[in-house]
Design a protein around this ligand. Structure first.
Ligand code: THU
Length: 135
């Protein structure tokens, strides 16, 4: 059983690989699939700023491209420079989560910037979201 603390540690390791020369804001995540695999991700910036990929999407796209379709939790760690703060996922990443995760069951685990953690269900961070079943 993978606990939240371990998942946050894996996110911290992934953050070391962030490519963020423009913002200096480094993000790492660890995404847990229902099958029990962990997929890590970091943000990958680009000289053409809009081509930047967030850490969360890096992990989702890695996982889906390896055949995963169902996920239970993601831990996210981020902040400027070496610091960490609470780093909630951006709107585009919440929408990507909505595609593959049950909003009533998928947990988003964040650091609170004060040594502790915060935990949310996707349904609370993306209320009334548009998903595959709306098409
Ligand atoms: N970023 C992420 O990777 N995930 C988030 O949840 C928030 C923002 C990245 C994008 C960009 O490289 C940098 O953080 C500053 O926005």
């Amino acid at each position: 059983m993978m606990d939240d603390k371990t998942l946050l540690e894996r996110a911290r390791d992934a953050r070391e690989r962030a490519y963020a020369p423009y913002s200096g804001f480094c993000v790492g995540v660890a995404l847990l699939s229902r099958s029990g695999e962990i997929y890590t991700g970091c943000n990958v910036e680009n000289a053409s700023y809009g081509a930047t990929n967030c850490a969360e999407r890096t992990a989702f796209f890695k996982a889906v491209s390896e055949g995963e379709r169902e996920f239970s939790r993601i831990a996210i760690v981020g902040g400027s420079g070496c610091g960490t703060a609470c780093c909630p996922p951006c709107g585009i990443c919440r929408q990507v989560m909505r595609e593959f995760c049950n909003p009533d069951e998928f947990y988003i685990v964040l650091e609170d910037g004060d040594g502790g953690m915060k935990k949310f269900l996707l349904r609370d961070l993306l209320p009334e979201g548009f998903g595959p079943e709306n098409l």
